[in-house]
Design a protein around this ligand. Sequence first.
Ligand SMILES: *[C@@H]1O[C@H](CO)[C@@H](O)[C@H](O)[C@H]1NC(C)=O
Ligand SMILES: *[C@@H]1O[C@H](CO)[C@@H](O)[C@H](O)[C@H]1NC(C)=O
Ligand SMILES: *[C@@H]1O[C@H](CO)[C@@H](O)[C@H](O)[C@H]1NC(C)=O
Length: 409
Amino acid sequence: MGMGNGFRIYVLFVALLNLWIVREVAGLGLNISSHGHEHRARFLLDNGIARTPPMGWNSWNHFQCNINETVIKQTADALISTGLARLGYKYVNLDDCWAEGQRDKNGKLVGKKTTFPSGIKSLADYVHAKGLKLGIYGDAGKRTCSDRMPGSLGHEEEDAKTFAEWGIDYIKYDNCFNEGTKNRPRYETMSRALKKAGRPILFSLCEWGQEDPATWAGAYGHIWRTTGDINDTFPSITSIADSNNVWARYAGPGRWNDPDMLEVGNGGMSYEEYKSHFSIWALMKAPLLIGCDVASASKETLSILGNIEVIAVNQDPLGVQGRKIRFKGGLEIWAGPLSRGRLVVVLWNRSHSRKPISFGWREIGLHPLRPCLVRDLWKHKFVAFRRRFRMTAIVGPHACKMYVLIPVR
Ligand SMILES: *[C@@H]1O[C@H](CO)[C@@H](O)[C@H](O)[C@H]1NC(C)=O
Ligand SMILES: *[C@@H]1O[C@H](CO)[C@@H](O)[C@H](O)[C@H]1NC(C)=O
Ligand SMILES: *[C@@H]1O[C@H](CO)[C@@H](O)[C@H](O)[C@H]1NC(C)=O
């Protein structure tokens, strides 16, 4: 009899345990049937690239289709002469319009004869000789967005092979003329083709955030756009920052949310607005791809793009995307953890007048009595050594303050 009871209790125990396991697994949001596949796919292009967000330049925001090998080489030269390359800006990325309108007789993409007469391989050699890397642009559809060159849909393997042969280091892969088909399979096909081509190439998925790529694109590439195109206005910066913020928890070393390339230096915003743009992009661990004409960039522009302390936040090895933690009436507090127990805080005033913004130690995850050194990343000064548990700053319209808090014993 004792045995029987023991058995019944055992059965009950096993049943409860099973129930508990099912609940726990469901609670973690794991999909058992697909998890194994996800796990394998996760390593498809996990090749040591982009352990920190990529940095460099892209031709689109300033030049659109008006590119040629002269201006690309001049930009590579300018990245070196301005010192930006030394700070980490190493990718020189062609955007749309670099190729002939049609494939050659062997079905290969070819550089446009009138604007890239020396060919893309020669351009890659030029850029590599300077210690920089060359990026290129393609499309997961029949044509690219300009409709001036072929897309790679149905030609993924041969195009990936061509890019690898030329010595390409980075590909931004757009989503125009996709014939209304699902994005994910077309991006997966290119990811597999790049893997097969054998050269480590950074894969940037540009499907504009349509199918919530944060939830799957890390399996296929290194960065993924979370939104539509940026433009050189303050409303564009604020709306893109908010959309990108939603996906923060999916970012990490080797896989980053991409809120699109920088507009700093293109002339549509004020100095303070560009500083806010750059600060928030850095805090969000966004790729830092310069979008202005580097060769003619002003001192002011270079002082923003070249802020070594803000860049260090972006490139911090912990690789956690900072988030918006509180906002009211256009006054916002963004924060995130950094390596060695430090924290970054951005106080951002989106509105039209000067106002004080305060934050407390506790709301950014610090013990209220923890003394901290506070570094102002735009003034390049320690603000104070604080035992206090709060801090307040006066912030101008559309401006921000950016601090690193260094807890001390
Ligand atoms: C689980 O994965 C399978 C196979 O990929 C898929 O068909 C199904 O929709 C997924 N279920 C959920 C709840 O995500
Ligand atoms: C190359 O492009 C730049 C930028 O659009 C332009 O200013 C320049 O005239 C072009 N050069 C040639 C040789 O086409
Ligand atoms: C720029 O982006 C903002 C915000 O998305 C949008 O409202 C505006 O229409 C865009 N402006 C241009 C010129 O595309």
